[in-house]
Design a protein around this ligand. Sequence first.
Ligand code: SF4
Ligand code: SF4
Length: 305
Amino acid sequence: MNPIRQIAFGYSTKCNIRCGHCVASDDSIPHGKMTLERAMAIIEQMARCNVTGISFTAGEPLIFFEDMTRLVKLCHEKEIYSRVVTNSFWAKTSEHADATVSALTRSGLSQLRLSFSRWHQEHIRRENVVNAANSCQKHGLDYFISFVTDFSRQDDSLEQFLRDNQLKFFPEPVIYLGRAKGFDPPRILTDYHSNTCNMNPYLSPELDMFACCDGGDQFKETGFFHLGNLMDYGIDELFKRKENNILFHLIRTMGLTNIASYLGLKANEIVQYRKCELCEKCFNSTENLNILEKAATSDLLNWKR
Ligand code: SF4
Ligand code: SF4
């Protein structure tokens, strides 16, 4: 059976705003963009390698609107599910929103994901997101709102705003990487859940492919997620590296909680970590990674009930 192959496609890391929590458009990463021709060639290659879903993300994809409609159209022709992740800057009025959404729908876009948070909304009026969502409903384009939150009371009014406008939204935790690394995360105690992670891969504008679209190039001590560069390897080879890596497999199936426990973290410490923080603790330390790599095919595989 073919593995499911989906990818976050970083056409560009450029963005028109600067959110304080941003992972993708971090200041330490030079803002790059691939050429349209290169992106089209890569999508053709991905179609041949059974990629079934592409999410255009990283910076703000719709600042390159014409390019994006061409790329989405190509995905549609190749029967690849396409999603665009956007901050809704283009939806200042319902007329503006309709113009953009109808063009994306005509290009064959499968889904629009609208980002919403107190950091985004310092730059973008919250009404833009309502205009964008309403246009999606009007044009029959699937959408949802990704409500990024640190679960503090500060975000209550934002959540209420989404409810008052009857919008489809899903809360998502802030990831304390990138610009958010400097935040002082509110202390939480989680349940002792498994912390498995789907691990969607990410392709950067510089053609580096990473096994995770959030941690991606953020684990700088070990470079744990880096799979290779498309100038050196084909798409199929890079996907296979992700699919055949035992530690990635264990993150997906066994979960980070058991991996951290295997490493010796105390249970009462583990419940204080968010998922990506636990992942960083395990895999962005050369010492821990060495232990896990050695154990990957023996002890760790059998570390189950
Ligand atoms: S809109 Fe997205 S890519 Fe742009 S700064 Fe905000 S979080 Fe980063
Ligand atoms: S838990 Fe790890 S693999 Fe999953 S999103 Fe976070 S950093 Fe990436």
